[in-house]
Ligand binder design. Sequence first.
Ligand code: NAP
Length: 254
Amino acid sequence: MRQMYEHRFPIVLGKDFAGTVTEIGSDVTDFAVGDKVFGMVAKQRLTDGGGFGEYLTTAAGAGVAHVPAGLDLAVAGSLGLAGAVAIAVIDALGPLSGKAILVSGATGGVGAHVVQLAKARGAHVIATAASGRATEHVLGLGADQAVDYRNDLATQVKQVDSVVHLAGDGASLASVLVDGGRIVSAAHLQLEGHEVTPVMANPDPAKLSRLAADVAAGRVRVPIARTYPLDQLATAVSDFAARGVLGKLAIAVA
Ligand SMILES: NC(=O)c1ccc[n+]([C@@H]2O[C@H](COP(=O)([O-])OP(=O)(O)OC[C@H]3O[C@@H](n4cnc5c(N)ncnc54)[C@H](OP(=O)(O)O)[C@@H]3O)[C@@H](O)[C@H]2O)c1
């Protein structure tokens, strides 16, 4: 990460968070002490502190929103970053009703949101999954079809109007795209002969509130696979790095 972020140890990692406001700045009007909030740490430098801790500071105008009634704090704490990327993906795709889309990386944190949001907007969703368990996972999220990314995609997928690239080989994804179809990537894809729309998480409070409302209303589910206490954070990170995780790994701080 050295090239991406200035840092020196010790570093508090973690992007997602949820909790209770304990202090506010004198000019903050949107939040009060005691409010339940969630979001994504939107700081440029790792040295500014992340979400894996009992306390964090955040600017009131970026990366934080209220937890609405009906949304569990533990779920809200697993929502911010992946949800904000997924909203950016969906907004970049434009109208989806009746369109076929292929979500590559559907088994991941961002993918879980993209599959559900695209489905809710009327898309026919084809999701990548590498095993029987993963296939069940993406179909459970509402995907219409699951395809194994380890096999040739062109033999499994006819043609799609759009591709969402969260993982995988760009050229083989592009091979199943209709002429003039759109590729949106959250994973820095560059592909000769194709215009790729890059997306970044933009966790402004209005977008976070949109996300939270979808989850609180049951339109989107956040699959939490396992919850670890804070003192087992290192185990959580190595479990995540071992791959094959289906759903979010959550850290319970309190
Ligand atoms: N632009 C931004 O602001 C932003 C923010 C957050 C994340 N991101 C990026 O968005 C991408 C997705 O993030 P995430 O948090 O959802 O990651 P994640 O949870 O690690 O999910 C990635 C998924 O892709 C699957 N996968 C691996 N190789 C694949 C392949 N060849 N084809 C299809 N699927 C494959 C993995 O499943 P297996 O278990 O089968 O390996 C995993 O489930 C990452 O590249 C991340 O860096 C961007």
